[in-house]
Unconditional design. Structure first.
Lengths: 229, 229, 229
C-alpha cells in the first residue's frame, strides 16, 4: 500500500516536472497557449504512454485515469501565465528535465516489474519512460533530441533504473530501492549538468587527412557518396 | 444504425481528404509515386491509428478492415496523376486539411465514447485523431508541424470535439451533435484561414533589452547556454 | 518447425544488420557509446515494434523475449569499438540497410499472416516492418527519411513482401516463398544502389515559368502563401 503510494507520488511528480519542461520549450519558442498545452502534455505523459503501449497495458494510463491529462493541461496553462518570472528559463528547464528523468527511470522500471517483465526489460522500460517524453518534445519542437547529445543523459536514466532493479533483487525494501535509484540518476545527471561531463565520443581512426574527416562527418548525400568505396 | 452510418461516412470523408492533403505535400516536394502513397496513406490513417493504439482497440482499424488502406493508396495515386490540375495546390491542401480536421475531431471523440471513455478523454481523442495524421505528415515530410504554428488549428479541433461531446451530454441526437461539432470546428478553422486569425503568443516580460530577447528566442545550445543563470 | 526456424533466422539477421546500420549513423555523427546503443537498438527493433503494436501483438516481441534487445545493445557496442575498420562506413551502411530491408519485408509479412491478417495487410506489414526502423533512425538522427528519397527503397520492400505473399497463395512451400521474396527485394534494391535507379518524380505541368516552378518547390510558409489563389 505504502509502496504503491510512493510510486504513484514519484509518477505524479515526474509528470508535473516534465509538463513544465515541455511548456518551457514552448515559452522559448514564443508559442500561443495551445502550443504550451500540446508540448507540456506530450512531454508529461509521452514517456508513460510509450511504456504502456510497449507493455500492452492498454488503454494507456491517462485514458484509464484522465487526472494526469488534466494536470498537464493545467500546469502548461500555469507556465504560460507565469513563465516570465524565472530569470533564465533554459536553466530551469534543464533541472526540471533532470528531476523528471530520475523520477521516471524508477517509476518506469517499477511499472514493468509489476506487469511481470524481467530485469533487462524493466531497465529498458525505465529508460524509455524517462527519455521518450523528451524525445517527443524535441521532435515536435523542432530541436535536436537531447537523448542523442553527447551529454550524460540516457546514461543517468540507465543508472537509476539499474540501481533500482538491482537493489530490489538484492532484497531491499521498495521505498529504499526507489530512493536509491532516484538519487543515483539525479546525482549523475546533476553532476553532468554542473560540470559539463560527457562520455568520450566516437572518433575516426588517426591518420585520416582533415579532408577525409570532414567528409565522414557530412550528412549522407545519396547522390554524391554513392560511388565512394 | 443510422448513427453508425453517419459516423462511418464522416470517418471515410476524413480519410480521403487527409490522404489528399498528404499526397499534395508529396506533390509540393516533387516526390515519386511511392512517396505520394506513403505520405498520403500515413496522413489518411495516421490519426485513427494513434487513437486506436491509445484506446487499446487493437489490431488497428485498417488491419481489421483494409478498405481504408486501399482507399488511401488509390487516392494518393490519383493525386499523383492529376495534381497538376489545381492552380495552387497549397491553398487546396489547407482547405482539405481543414475539412479533415473537423471530420476527425467529431469521429475521434465518437469512437472514444463508444469504447467507454469519459468526456475529457473523448475530447482529447478527438484532438489526437484530428491532428496526428498531420503531425506524421509534417515530420515525415520534413516540415515544421502545423499543430505548433501560431494559427488556430488545434483549437478548432478542440472546439469541434468539445461541442460534439457537450451536445451529446445535453441530450442532443447524435446526428445533430455531430453536425454541430463539425460546423463549429470548420467555421473556426475556416475563419482562421481566411482572416489569418491567431491566438496571442507568449511574449517575454517587458523591460528586456533586444539582445536578451534575441537570445531567448535562440535554439537551445547546450554548450553555450549552460553557464547562464 | 523448420518453417518457424527459417523465419526466426531471417528476423534475427534483419535485427543485426539494422542495428549495425543504426550504429553506423551514430558513427558518422561521432556520438558517444550511448548514442550508438540508442540508434542501433531503435533501428534494429523499431520496425518489428511498430508491426507488433499495429497488429495488437502486445507486449511487443522484445518485451516477451529480450534476447533481441540484448543483441542490439551488444552489436552497437561492437560497432562503437570497431567502426574505424571499414574504409567507407556509408557504403557499408547502405548495403546493411538493403539486406535488412529484404529480410524484414518477408518476416514482417509472415508475422502478419501468422496472426490471421489478409494478403493486403500482410504486404503492408512487410513494408512497415522493413522501413520503420530506418524511419526512426533517420528522424532521431536528424537526417531526411530515406523512405521519402527518390531512390527505389520502399518499392523494393513492397516487391519482396508481395512476391512472398503471392508465392504462398500460389501454393509454394514457405521456405521457397521466403527465398523468392528476399531475392526479389534484394535484387531490386541492389540494382537501385548500383545503378542509381529511381522512379519518375512528380513534375509540375509544362508551361510554368521557371519562377513559378521554383515557388512550388519552396517549403510551405503559411504567412506568405496564404493569399495566393
Amino acid at each position: 500500500m505504502l509502496v504503491q503510494t510512493v510510486l504513484t507520488v514519484l509518477d505524479w511528480c515526474g509528470i508535473v516536472v516534465f509538463a513544465i519542461s515541455g511548456a518551457l520549450v514552448a515559452s522559448r519558442k514564443q508559442m500561443d497557449v495551445v502550443g504550451f498545452v500540446l508540448l507540456g502534455t506530450a512531454t508529461g505523459i509521452g514517456g508513460g504512454t510509450v511504456r504502456d503501449v510497449l507493455l500492452g497495458q492498454l488503454p494507456v494510463f491517462w485514458v484509464r485515469a484522465p487526472g494526469s491529462l488534466v494536470t498537464c493541461v493545467a500546469v502548461s496553462c500555469l507556465v504560460f501565465a507565469t513563465a516570465h518570472i524565472p530569470q533564465s528559463r533554459y536553466r530551469v528547464l534543464l533541472w526540471a528535465d533532470a528531476v523528471g528523468l530520475a523520477l521516471f527511470a524508477v517509476s518506469g522500471a517499477a511499472t514493468a516489474l509489476e506487469v511481470g517483465a524481467g530485469a533487462v526489460v524493466a531497465v529498458a522500460m525505465g529508460v524509455v519512460t524517462a527519455t521518450f517524453g523528451g524525445v517527443i518534445r524535441d521532435v515536435l519542437g523542432g530541436e535536436s533530441p537531447v537523448v542523442l547529445s553527447r551529454e550524460i543523459y540516457v546514461t543517468a536514466a540507465l543508472l537509476g533504473a539499474a540501481a533500482f532493479v538491482l537493489a530490489l533483487q538484492a532484497g531491499a525494501p521498495r521505498e529504499l530501492a526507489a530512493g536509491l535509484g532516484f538519487t543515483a540518476a539525479m546525482l549523475l545527471r546533476g553532476a553532468a549538468l554542473r560540470r559539463a561531463w560527457s562520455l568520450p565520443r566516437y572518433r575516426p581512426r588517426p591518420g585520416r587527412t582533415p579532408d577525409e574527416v570532414r567528409r565522414l562527418g557530412e550528412p549522407p548525400d545519396d547522390g554524391r557518396d554513392r560511388n565512394r568505396t
